[in-house]
Design a protein around this ligand. Structure first.
Ligand SMILES: [Mn+2]
Length: 304
C-alpha cells in the first residue's frame, strides 16, 4: 500500500526514523526471542509495530503533545529466535542496558513476555542497583507466576524475577483476568507480597486510579520502574493478535490512560510491549493499538 504524502501530516514512523539530536531519547529495539509456551510468531511483532506507526500521525490531540518533542532512536533488532531464555539473559540484558545509556526511557518491542526478565535486569544494571531497588508494574491479564521447574518461558517470567531477587512487594499487577489464572498462582503472588488489581477492580475504579496507586507506592522507594505491557490485557475484541487476550479485558483508552500516567513518572525508565502475534491480527487492530501505546508513552514522557 502506497501511503499518501502530506508534509503537514507527519507520520509516527518518520519520527522514529529521524536521526536523534538532543533531548530525551526513546530507544526502541526488538529483543524478541520466541520463547513462548503458546506457539506463535511474537518475533514478528517488532517489525509489524514499526509498520503500523506509518498509519499514525505524530500528534496527540488529547494532550496537545507531538512526538517531535521526544527524540526517538530505533536501536534495531536483536537477532530474533536465536536465543533461549537462559542463554539469552546475559546477551539481552547487556544489549538493553547499553541501549538505555543516555536515554530518558527505553521501549522494548517484544517478543514474548520471557524477554521481560532480561529487560528488568538491564534496567537494574543501567541504574547500578540490585533488583531490590527496581519496581515492576505489569498491565497483563496474567500473573506469569507459573513454576520455573519445567524451564523458563513466558508464563513464569515473574517467578523467575522473584527467584532472581526482585522483592514481591515491588511488583504491581494491573488487569489480572478471571479464568485466566489459577488459585495456586494467585496464592504464590500473595506469599511473595505482590499487589494484584483485578480486571473488575480496574473497570470499577479506573485504570488511572490503579496505575497512580502503584506509582505512588513505588516511586518514593525504588530507583527505577519498569512498565511491562502485555497487550493481552486488552479485551479480546481489541486484540485478536494476542493469544492470551480474554473477554472482559481493558479498552484501548483504559490502557492509554495508564500508560500516560506511567510515562509522566520520571522513575519509569523502561517499558515493554509484549505478546503480540501479528499473523493472528484482524484489520490491523492489535498492531495499531500497540503502535498507539508506543506513541502514548513516547509523548507522555514530555509531561515529566
Ligand atoms: Mn499475559
Amino acid at each position: 500500500m502506497k501511503l499518501f504524502h502530506d508534509p503537514d501530516w507527519p507520520r509516527a514512523s518518520e519520527w522514529l526514523a529521524s536521526p536523534p539530536t538532543s533531548g530525551p531519547i526513546v530507544a526502541i529495539g526488538d529483543l524478541g526471542a520466541n520463547l513462548s509456551i503458546t506457539p506463535g510468531r511474537t518475533d514478528a511483532a517488532p517489525l509489524a509495530i514499526r509498520e503500523a506507526l506509518a498509519r499514525l500521525s505524530t500528534f496527540d490531540i488529547e494532550t496537545g503533545l507531538d512526538l517531535s518533542g521526544t527524540q526517538g532512536r530505533d536501536t534495531g533488532d536483536l537477532d530474533p529466535g536465536k536465543l533461549g531464555p537462559v542463554e539469552g539473559l546475559e546477551e539481552i540484558a547487556t544489549r538493553w542496558a547499553g541501549a538505555l545509556e543516555g536515554t530518558v526511557a527505553g521501549i522494548v518491542l517484544g517478543g514474548d513476555n520471557s524477554v521481560t526478565r532480561p529487560t528488568v535486569h538491564a534496567l537494574a544494571r543501567h541504574k547500578g542497583v540490585g533488583l531490590d531497588a527496581i519496581g515492576v508494574v505489569t498491565l497483563d491479564a496474567h500473573l506469569d507466576l507459573r513454576s520455573t521447574a519445567p524451564g523458563l518461558h513466558n508464563g513464569n517470567v515473574l517467578t523467575a524475577l522473584l527467584e532472581d531477587g526482585l522483592p514481591g512487594t515491588n511488583v504491581f499487577q494491573i488487569g489480572i483476568a478471571p479464568f485466566a489464572n489459577s488459585r495456586e498462582y494467585v496464592e504464590a503472588g500473595r506469599r511473595a507480597g505482590t499487589t494484584v488489581v483485578t480486571l473488575e477492580t480496574v473497570h470499577r475504579e479506573g485504570a488511572g486510579t490503579a496505575m497512580s496507586a502503584a506509582l505512588e507506592n513505588l516511586a518514593p522507594r525504588v530507583k527505577a520502574i519498569h512498565l511491562d505491557l502485555d497487550v493481552d490485557v486488552l479485551d479480546r475484541a481489541f486484540a485478536p493478535a494476542c493469544p492470551g487476550a480474554r473477554p472482559m479485558g481493558l479498552s484501548i483508552g483504559q490502557v492509554r490512560e495508564a500508560i500516560r500516567l506511567a510515562a509522566r513518572e520520571p522513575k519509569v525508565e523502561s517499558m515493554s510491549i509484549m505478546e503480540i502475534d501479528p499473523t493472528m491480527d484482524s484489520g490491523s487492530r492489535t498492531m495499531l493499538a500497540a503502535a498507539m501505546f508506543l506513541c502514548t508513552f513516547a509523548t507522555g514522557i514530555q509531561l515529566r
